[in-house]
Design a protein around this ligand. Sequence first.
Ligand code: BTN
Length: 254
Amino acid sequence: MNAVATDSLSFEAVAPHLSGRFGKPYLYEPECESTQLLLLGSGLPEGAVAATDHQTGGRGRLGRRWVEPAGTSVLVSVLLHPPRERHLPELSLVAALAAAEAVEGATGLSAQIKWPNDVMLNRRKVAGVLAELSDGTVVVGIGINVNQTREQLPLDAPTPPGSLYTLTGRTHDRAALLGSLLYRLERIYDGWRHGGLADLYGEIGARDFLRGRRIWVDGQAGTALQILRDGRLEIETDAGEVRTLESGEVRYER
Ligand code: BTN
């Protein structure tokens, strides 16, 4: 069966769902190379948002592509001016928590965060976060697989992908989901601005997908212990060494 998506992330569609300061201004292109490029180096104020219904050169982490059929996904970037004292890699977790909450609100299912930036639903990756830094500003890009059918999801993804549609059996309103995402991101980001991850840690730790799983990282096998209060991942290698990871790609046993 094909899930036909006729909705859009145009300003007219999303404006009724915007309730905070994120989304001012709101840049929308029906199609663009990457929403990241609409904001990087733009000089726009914090909270500027770029959204599209299709990317021709969507960027993923570690130089990967982020690919989607037009009209199926939430594709959004948000411009942030974080305070100097904050540890910027934590922003991936901040955005992943916002995406996890938005996905939970839309589906009624529990979402997890696969450190450092993936949102998982029923063991499938439904959203990813890419944070890019330029001149003290951070552009946080979030992609959520919303209405893709199973056949429309990438075959070669390192983490098994899913969409809200494949995991719930129903299509979802992308504009409403984007509004909910921006509302939650603003609230969580404001908490982080003022106090770092401390107050968010309970919400992040409760959704820790890797905790206790067998993992491989940097050619070493081990067990993921936990996301730490400073946002790093603590692991124990099979040689019995406890290590903390700042960033990276963790493969896990399925
Ligand atoms: C990942 O999991 O590798 C991160 C994916 C991030 C994709 C989003 S979609 C909106 C924004 N624009 C991009 O080109 N990438 C991010």
